[in-house]
Design a protein around this ligand. Structure first.
Ligand SMILES: [Zn+2]
Length: 114
């Protein structure tokens, strides 16, 4: 069901610090529904590398990549590393707490910087 054939889904990532900050779920750049999500996972504490997923719950487009994570990112404790795969099935199940988390962490990061 997941489709990784459209790089436009990466607009979710590109826009996290401006139009999308604090507003997850965001408008999907492909289908236009407000079902876009984003999650990062840092491999180890202090490591700048990790993984990135951007996906849409409506049209099932997604992207998964190894990514150099933003400094402010912290993993969501509820997410079990062992259940993460390249497909966002597990993330989709947890999207409500993921959206809350990214909104909170992004908002506090951006306000503390101003
Ligand atoms: Zn979509």
């Amino acid at each position: 069901m997941w489709r990784d054939n459209d790089d436009k889904i990466m607009d979710i990532l590109d826009n996290i610090e401006n139009v999308n900050k604090g507003y997850f779920p965001v408008v999907c750049p492909i289908c236009g529904k407000k079902e876009g999500h984003l999650y990062f996972h840092r491999n180890m504490e202090g490591d700048e590398r990790g993984s990135m997923w951007a996906w849409c719950s409506a049209c099932y487009h997604f992207s998964h990549a190894i990514y150099r994570l933003p400094k402010w990112w912290q993993n969501l404790k509820e997410i079990n590393l062992k259940k993460l795969t390249s497909y966002p099935n597990y993330l989709e199940e947890n999207k409500v707490c993921i959206d809350q988390w990214i909104n909170e962490i992004l908002f506090s990061n951006l306000t503390s910087r101003e």
